[in-house]
Design a protein around this ligand. Structure first.
Ligand SMILES: [Zn+2]
Length: 200
């Protein structure tokens, strides 16, 4: 049966490994890469190789960096301010872009999930406790997910951090911006009511 040449089939095979890419999309992308004058596939290949060689996770916070220590953690202005604990390194950028926070971050690399075999040792909790001792943040903010595992992780961290005597807070939960009451689920409404604050 007639098929594409071997090297081209291999390219399609590699593209299919990308998340969300099915066989038809892989074929379309492969054709575009090799036939479109705008594709510049060599540049693409070099960029991937460079990213793989240079990109690592910051030794302190876990965010992406080309150095041992990322830009945020190297900024002396941020030392000793709040330390914001998140689940994943990818949570850091949205919080930073929100522009409401001046301190440092710490990504745990996941959340406690005993059923999936993820206990405290699998997360960067030991590193967090060491950082707290070394950096003495003014406050620790738990910015974890509102699901069962996120709650369990927050609870566990709260117990570990309490003896250190540092102010510990967690993100407020409530109505999403632009969201109406009628579309909110009962848990969100319950938390929005519990976390209500004085009108100012
Ligand atoms: Zn960092």
């Amino acid at each position: 049966m007639l098929d594409y040449p071997e090297s081209f089939r291999e390219l399609i095979k590699q593209l299919r490994r990308l998340p969300g890419i099915g066989p038809r999309s892989a074929e379309r992308i492969a054709l575009w890469m090799l036939q479109s004058p705008r594709a510049r596939p060599e540049e693409f290949a070099t960029t991937i190789t460079r990213a793989v060689q240079h990109l690592k996770n910051c030794r302190l916070c876990g965010f992406f960096s080309e150095q041992e220590i990322c830009l945020l953690c190297s900024d002396p202005e941020r030392l000793g301010k709040e330390l914001c604990v998140v689940e994943m390194a990818t949570d850091i950028l949205p919080l930073e872009r929100a522009g409401a926070f001046q301190g440092r971050y710490h990504a745990l690399g996941g959340k406690l999930s005993p059923l999936d075999g993820i206990g405290p040792e699998q997360l960067r909790i030991g590193e967090l406790l060491q950082r707290i001792d070394a950096e003495q943040p003014s406050e620790i903010i738990l910015a974890l997910g509102a699901d069962v595992e996120g709650e369990a992780t927050a609870h566990y961290l709260a117990e570990m951090i309490a003896p250190k005597g540092i102010k510990l807070t967690r993100l407020a939960q409530g109505l999403p911006a632009g969201g109406g009451i009628e579309h909110a689920d009962p848990i969100t409404l319950q938390r929005a009511l519990l976390n209500r604050r004085t009108y100012s």
